[in-house]
Ligand binder design. Sequence first.
Ligand SMILES: [Fe+2]
Length: 306
Amino acid sequence: MTLSAAPLSPHIGAEIIGVDLSKPITGADSAALLELFWRHQVIAIRGQEAGPADFIRFAEAFGTIEPFFISAFNHPEFSQIYVLSNVRRDGKPIGRDGAGTHWHSDSTFVEKPSSLTLLHGVTVPARGGDTLFANMYDAYDRLDDATKAAIDGRRAIHRYQRKEFVFSGDRAVSAIEQTEIDVLKRARLAEDAARVAASPTEARSNKEPDRLQPLVRTHPVTGRKALYLNAEMMVGIEGMAEEIAVPLLQRLCEAATPQDRILRFAWRPGDVIAWDNASVLHTATFTPPDQPRVMHRLTIEGDVPF
Ligand SMILES: [Fe+2]
């Protein structure tokens, strides 16, 4: 097996050609895969005939799979897999819906955020449900010197908050879609409010303490500097007045995710993607409720960012 890479956009991401997820990846191919991954930051293996066990074996090529901190939507047979879905069976959701709809790196609100996230497109909508990516090496490199000096050595305060159906990251949303989003969000919030009590896992997830994370992190593998942001969960900067910190954080998030430099990944059935949380921001986009979508998600253990 010989691997090659074809860029998915001018600034980030590559499709890797020559991987078959139904077979183990060994020796030289495993090393080549990792090298291509760290170089391109987001990789896609398209149109795979892969089951959950194949997806898990592929993820293990990148490190140790971690359990997700919310356990409400784990796969019934493969508990490492977290299910994202807008599908309902007997009125109950089969996976988590509407999460991650803002520019973020995964689990920035824990001490050791996930190093990688992998998604497997099991059921892919014909319309909507794209995943967007932005390159945080590039975002840091493009900052002016004054901004770099203002954030150098600073830590942002990350606070876990449920931010579902926000869609603040997708600037390509049309007026019609915005109306669909508003209707869906109102319906889901009403359902939440109607529940007697939050589940124990939800109660726990809302008790995550604030976490300080460097605004500029040094990549643990490449050694390069990258902006490290979470648009909806950063609430301030350590030791900086809120009226200065909050607009600065907003400006950083906007500067980091310009429309003309992002990758808009449109899913096809069986696609598998992996991204590098230390150098990439991503956001989910809207999936119309009439379009079934089922994604399997795995994350790989990371270290304390520095
Ligand atoms: Fe995410």
